[in-house]
Design a protein around this ligand. Structure first.
Ligand SMILES: O=P(O)(O)OC[C@@H](O)[C@@H](O)c1c[nH]c2ccccc12
Length: 295
């Protein structure tokens, strides 16, 4: 179970001088905590550059989002969400020769249903600009792959052309998850709510209005991936998920056509794949090969 402290614990020098023995680990305990602490500062900077009320005005003239959910519901399944990913904290640079627009166009040509765009600069070498650039170059629905901790980022995603926004259950309280999901829907988008444990899945299923859930196969503490995460979580909650018609996505660690069939059998309608496609020179060919058993 990964738990995070939403902000960096801070003790002023004056308080420290009082000499109480405060058992406070001031270093981040894992990568997710480190990323979320950095986001706090980043969003503060974004707000200074463009205040929320200005951003909200821009939303009014932004184009209507595409149907992300509909794209994943179309046969044959699972549909591919291809991720535009230059680097990650665990792998470093994944693709040195990185042209986000060209990559997105290859995904579209090869039959991906949606595209995931990493917007985090510090840890994934992504960019908010990639989202707008890709929006102009392809017609597929786009997922904003961000560490959302404020509604501000949701409005920004909508302005930059996203149709879906990632919400990570591990970093949000139930209240924030529910509230952010509602904002995303109110803006005409859909939330991909990401879980990686049974406890998180149960939390999310306890919430009304969730219609798209991603199971992350990556262990967030040691970065290993294991597709049995998708199998085991789905097996334990399948009747409820099916009854509610929730669209399920398997995320991370999908490398081969066999992997694709394995998560299909587990019951997902979509797959989110980055690294294994980004590592290959010809992305179009790589997608066609990955999806060759999907009929
Ligand atoms: O590169 P992979 O193993 O195919 O994984 C893609 C995607 O699932 C992964 O990038 C991801 C899943 N959840 C996230 C949350 C934040 C950043 C990245 C991610």
């Amino acid at each position: 179970m990964v738990s995070i402290r939403r902000t960096r614990p801070y003790l002023s020098p004056q308080i420290r001088r009082l000499g109480y023995q405060l058992e406070l680990a001031t270093q981040p305990q894992h990568i997710l905590e480190e990323i979320v602490w950095a986001k706090e500062t980043e969003v503060q900077g974004l707000r200074e550059h463009l205040p929320l009320h200005e951003l909200q005005k821009q939303v009014l003239s932004a184009p209507v989002p595409q149907d992300f959910l509909g794209a994943l519901q179309a046969p044959p399944q699972p549909g591919l969400i291809g991720e535009v990913k230059k680097a990650s904290p665990s792998k470093g640079i994944i693709r040195a020769d990185f042209d986000p627009v060209a990559i997105a166009q290859s995904y579209e040509k090869a039959g991906a249903r949606c595209i995931s765009v990493l917007t985090d600069a510090q840890f994934f070498q992504g960019s908010w600009d990639y989202l707008s650039q890709i929006r102009q170059a392809v017609s597929l629905p786009l997922l904003c792959k961000e560490f959302i901790i404020y509604p501000y980022q949701i409005y920004l995603a909508r302005c930059r052309g996203a149709s879906a926004v990632l919400l990570i259950a591990a970093i949000l309280s139930d209240q924030d998850l529910h509230y952010f999901n509602r904002i995303i829907h109110a803006l005409g988008m859909v939330a991909l709510v990401e879980v990686h444990t049974l406890g998180e899945l149960a939390r999310v299923l306890g919430m009304a209005g969730v219609n798209l859930i991603g199971i992350n196969n990556r262990n967030l503490e040691n970065f290993t991936t294991d597709l049995s995460t998708t199998e085991s979580l789905l097996a334990q909650k399948f009747p409820e998920i099916q009854k509610r018609g929730i669209v399920m996505v398997s995320e991370s660690g999908i490398h081969t056509p066999e992997d694709v069939m394995r998560v299909k059998k587990a019951g997902v309608q979509g797959i989110l794949v980055g690294e294994s496609l980004m590592k290959q020179a010809d992305i179009e060919l790589a997608v066609q090969n990955l999806l060759r058993e999907v009929k």
